[in-house]
Design a protein around this ligand. Structure first.
Ligand code: TMP
Length: 208
């Protein structure tokens, strides 16, 4: 049987890293064979693109080039890792996927949504996540949490308004696809957020 594809999304500072661990523990407890990956990244090419986009001190990467690089990395990721795993029945847990492109390149950078849809259909064909966990919190709370990082990447350096547009775009997508995207209030205490994520994943596993 084909594996399930779970993604986790949220603004920077929303607590993805700890909640990825929560999801992993739930999958392991249920004896589910899975692979964990991330975007941009997950392959040699993807990690090179990640380094280029996130940490480049060269600010001259244009918005179109950035969008295409995200999808180039994704094409490789799907071909090399995601599809082979799902086809042999493994589950895939991916830290960010195309919802991030809608939120950051579409919402944040204001790239045309139609262009993103076009690339999504071209690169992914019918591949979409089965479940997306969206960690949502007010922008200023995320900024305070992420602010303690010493070396912010190109997106973490963006202005408040950019981050607002990212959040709103994520929430719009969740409203449009409530059966796939589950919104978790990440402004609550860590324990409460982790418990909500664990409940969601256990329910998803139980429903097969
Ligand atoms: P993170 O994995 O540490 O959250 O960093 C990835 C950054 O890349 C994050 O700021 C969101 C950004 N990003 C995009 O702008 N577009 C995308 O399609 C993806 C996958 C990530």
């Amino acid at each position: 049987m084909r594996g399930k594809f779970i993604t986790i999304e949220g603004q920077d500072g929303a607590g993805k890293t700890t909640n990825v661990d929560v999801i992993k523990r739930c999958l392991e407890t249920a004896n589910i064979d899975y692979v964990h990956s991330r975007e941009p990244g997950g392959t040699k090419l993807g990690e090179t693109v990640r380094e280029l986009i996130l940490n480049s001190s060269d600010a001259s990467i244009g918005d179109t080039a950035e969008l295409l690089l995200m999808f180039a990395a994704r094409a490789q990721h799907i071909e090399e890792l995601i599809e082979p795993a799902l086809s042999k029945g493994q589950w895939v847990l991916c830290d960010r996927f195309t919802d991030a492109t809608y939120a950051y390149q579409g919402g944040g950078r204001r790239m045309p949504i139609g262009d993103i849809q076009l690339l999504e259909n071209y690169v992914q064909a019918s591949l979409r996540p089965d479940l997306t966990v969206l960690l949502d919190l007010p922008v200023d709370v995320g900024e305070t949490r992420a602010g303690s990082r010493s070396d912010p990447d190109r997106f973490e350096q963006q202005k408040h308004e950019f981050k607002h547009r990212v959040r709103e775009c994520y929430l719009d997508r969740a409203r449009a696809e409530p059966s796939r995207i589950s919104v978790i209030d990440a402004s609550k205490g860590i324990g409460e957020v982790e418990a909500s994520v664990a409940r969601l994943i256990k329910r998803f596993i139980a429903n097969g």
